[in-house]
Design a protein around this ligand. Structure first.
Ligand SMILES: *[C@@H]1O[C@H](CO)[C@@H](O)[C@H](O)[C@H]1NC(C)=O
Ligand SMILES: *[C@@H]1O[C@H](CO)[C@@H](O)[C@H](O)[C@H]1NC(C)=O
Ligand SMILES: *[C@@H]1O[C@H](CO)[C@@H](O)[C@H](O)[C@H]1NC(C)=O
Ligand SMILES: *[C@@H]1O[C@H](CO)[C@@H](O)[C@H](O)[C@H]1NC(C)=O
Ligand SMILES: *[C@@H]1O[C@H](CO)[C@@H](O)[C@H](O)[C@H]1NC(C)=O
Length: 303
């Protein structure tokens, strides 16, 4: 009698276990996206080729290396083209081709080399106006990438002052009624980020791709996934961005430290971090290094 009365309970348990296993398997199917930086090495394929791989949903054109103090912002795209002579306008057709494929194209401010800082709220407004007129939905005779309208602006702020990025993000987002302006950021993994921390607290960011490299206390080190996962948990429970991405070097030489072998990423890290509802996928530095390593090809079906 006892065993019979327990049967429905056992069946119910079995049902829930199966439902759970099914959702776990379904959840393992790639739901994230890969974001990549393009622009800092002439020998990394064209923008068109980058988008045509079908592996990247976001491409950050890197970088605007000088800005602030009301100066005319300066774009540097290494060997790809020369903004000063107007030769980067050839990218307009490629940007539109990327967008037709569903790839969002952002212009990235900052990087590890350059001279940039915002000096006042007015300076932030001046930069925002410049970006709107020259890369987004506005008009200007000087548009460095021609008339293609980019999807948004990425902040990879690694130098200079932390001030007024909150204002910059608010000004950029103030164009929302005209057109959605995506705003993303690339903080370093120590939380909170020294330079972008205040701006990230605006909750206005669409995407935050955290650099889990060159920062041993919060990144992967051989056979230690705990530091990275703990740091991911702090970020995803503190920063209210639409989606948060795990930013990684695409090859061991792409950063001083923090490279994660593809099999470790797909078996030990992604299955854990993707449980966060803010999980958006993986960011890679950079297209050049990815070409050398084949990293995105190795991970794309698991992201
Ligand atoms: C980019 O690719 C698109 C097709 O996706 C093609 O129409 C266009 O001509 C290409 N542009 C360049 C500059 O390669
Ligand atoms: C950096 O930019 C500031 C503001 O435009 C300028 O005063 C300074 O001379 C620049 N420094 C270098 C090393 O170019
Ligand atoms: C930014 O400020 C400079 C210096 O005052 C000015 O020449 C320029 O037109 C301003 N740019 C925009 C887009 O407002
Ligand atoms: C942003 O908010 C977090 C709490 O989520 C806080 O720990 C951090 O200090 C804040 N950062 C800045 C720069 O205000
Ligand atoms: C990591 O683990 C592998 C396999 O267990 C081992 O061969 C390797 O020596 C370990 N590396 C470090 C740095 O502990």
């Amino acid at each position: 009698m006892e065993t019979i009365s327990k049967l429905p309970i056992a069946l119910a348990v079995l049902f829930f276990v199966q439902a759970f296993l099914f959702s776990a398997v379904a959840g393992r199917r790639a739901s994230g996206a890969i974001s990549v930086y393009w622009g800092q090495n002439g020998n990394e394929g064209t923008l068109n080729e980058t988008c045509a791989t079908g592996r990247f949903r976001y491409v950050n054109i890197a970088f605007i290396v000088n800005f602030g103090s009301f100066q005319t912002p300066e774009l540097n795209l290494a060997g790809h083209c020369n903004p000063a002579t107007g030769s980067c306008r050839i990218l307009s057709d490629q940007i539109r081709a990327c967008q037709r494929r569903g790839v969002k194209v952002l212009i990235s401010l900052g990087g590890g080399v350059g001279n940039y800082s915002l000096t006042s709220r007015q300076d932030a407004r001046n930069l925002s106006n410049y970006l709107w007129k020259n890369f987004l939905g506005g008009r200007s005779a000087s548009r460095p990438l021609g008339d293609a309208v980019l999807d948004g602006v990425d902040l990879d702020i690694e130098l200079g002052s932390s001030l007024y990025y909150t204002d910059l993000v608010r000004f950029l987002k103030s164009h929302r009624r005209t057109r959605h302006v995506y705003v993303s950021g690339a903080p370093q993994c120590p939380f909170p980020d020294r330079l972008l921390g205040a701006a990230l607290n605006t909750t206005l960011f669409d995407f935050v791709w955290i650099q889990f490299y060159n920062n041993p206390p919060c990144q992967y080190t051989p056979n230690n996934t705990a530091n990275l996962i703990n740091s991911w948990t702090v970020w995803t429970s503190s920063v209210r961005a639409r989606k948060i991405f795990l930013g990684l070097p695409a090859a061991p030489q792409a950063a001083g430290s923090g490279f994660i072998p593809a099999d470790v990423l797909t078996t030990e890290i992604l299955p854990v971090i993707r449980k966060s509802r803010r999980y958006g996928g993986v960011m890679l530095w950079s297209k050049f290094w990815d070409d050398q390593s084949g990293y995105s090809t190795a991970i794309v079906s698991s992201v």
